[in-house]
Ligand binder design. Structure first.
Ligand SMILES: NC(=O)c1ccc[n+]([C@@H]2O[C@H](COP(=O)([O-])OP(=O)(O)OC[C@H]3O[C@@H](n4cnc5c(N)ncnc54)[C@H](OP(=O)(O)O)[C@@H]3O)[C@@H](O)[C@H]2O)c1
Length: 327
């Protein structure tokens, strides 16, 4: 029998990136679909993974041999700050249900998706895989961060006690087609794309909060997807791997905004509201482990990835996650 790969959270930004790569890279190549593989991209409508019964039913239905576990209850600053208990509990439930069901069903390999928010708030930069548990995470989202950290502990414990091949990936900021463009809850790139488009439509200035000076590493969802496929096929250790562009590829928020203005074709007034606070100036993560294990990687240039994301948003505005469109 062939491999059955179940992707939880398969309908989101990262899941859609994996689906694209699997179906668009040459068949049987390093990242393309292999003849002996069946890929399943699950959504929450098929099973609410906070519920153990529903989780077991999903696994009964598809009988996966491998799992890429992306599903998570995610949210912006406000949702996290006001809901640390809920964010912690719901993510712990999802992760425990998925990992324990994988153990029960003898799934051969599981990759779970963490996030750089697992890292301590006060830490020496650049971030690397050895620093996850060295101190408390940022207080704004400590519930979500601890739930994600616990996956790393579960992976090691299930590996030690039962020999399970469970591991994890730690992506930096992701962007790409199928992102969440809801202005209440979106990450910086989809939020700015949406704002810029509204400014263009309404003939208003495009105003950004802060100075635009902070630096960030952004990874295109289809590049990230290739890393997940690599990890699934070629990496067999419980220790996580950071999935990121290099520290030399940090961009300022101002550069992001300029690239968005260009991609959207916005020609109006473009300004910064410096009364609003900047986030942390930089929080670089090292991709040394990734590149040494993978043997090099050709990243999509930022402007190219951004162009594709804007194009996708314009073409799918009516069905994309946009929240209140009149905002
Ligand atoms: N986006 C980033 O910048 C970023 C950075 C670092 C790490 N990550 C991690 O990457 C993973 C995927 O994130 P994403 O950006 O792709 O998020 P996303 O676009 O919001 O997708 C979230 C996915 O999780 C599913 N999901 C949510 N609650 C669920 C539940 N109770 N039961 C079953 N499925 C549920 C959603 O299904 P439905 O849509 O069907 O409800 C959706 O497929 C997450 O683990 C996240 O922590 C993301």
């Amino acid at each position: 029998m062939g491999d059955i790969i179940l992707v939880t959270g398969g309908t989101g930004l990262v899941g859609k990136g994996i689906e694209y790569v699997i179906n668009n890279e040459p068949a049987n190549s390093r990242f393309g679909k292999r003849d002996n593989e069946t890929w399943i991209f699950a959504s929450s409508s098929e099973a609410d993974l906070r519920n153990l019964e529903q989780t077991r039913k999903l696994f009964e239905k598809y009988q996966p041999t491998h799992v890429i576990h992306l599903a998570a209850v995610v949210g912006g600053l406000f949702k996290n700050m006001n809901g640390n208990a809920t964010m912690m509990r719901e993510n712990i439930l999802i992760n425990d249900n998925v990992l324990h069901t994988c153990y029960e069903r003898k799934v051969k390999k599981v990759i779970s998706c963490l996030s750089t928010c697992v890292f301590p708030d006060k830490v020496e930069y650049p971030l690397d895989e050895s620093k996850i548990h060295l101190g408390p995470p940022h207080p704004s989202n400590f519930g979500y961060s601890h739930a994600k950290r616990l996956v790393d502990i579960q992976n090691r414990a299930y590996n030690q006690q039962f020999g399970c091949n469970f591991t994890s990936a730690i992506p930096t900021n992701v962007y790409g087609p199928h992102d969440n463009y809801d202005l209440q809850d979106a990450h910086v790139i989809p939020a700015l794309i949406h704002k810029c488009l509204l400014a263009k439509k309404n003939n208003k200035p495009f105003v950004m909060g802060g100075t635009g000076k902070p630096l960030r590493q952004f990874i295109f969802s289809r590049d990230l997807a290739k890393m997940f496929v690599w990890q699934l096929r070629e990496y067999d250790e419980p220790d996580p791997v950071i999935f990121s562009v290099g520290e030399d590829q940090e961009v300022t928020i101002k550069q992001v905004a300029e690239a968005i203005v260009k991609a959207v074709g916005f020609t109006g007034e473009f300004a910064f509201d410096t009364n609003l606070a900047d986030g942390q100036y930089r929080k670089p993560a090292s991709n040394k482990k990734l590149l040494s294990k993978m043997g090099g990687f050709e990243f999509t240039p930022f402007e190219e990835g951004l162009d594709l994301s804007v194009k996708w948003f314009l073409e799918n505005y009516d069905t994309a996650r946009t929240g209140i469109k009149s905002a």
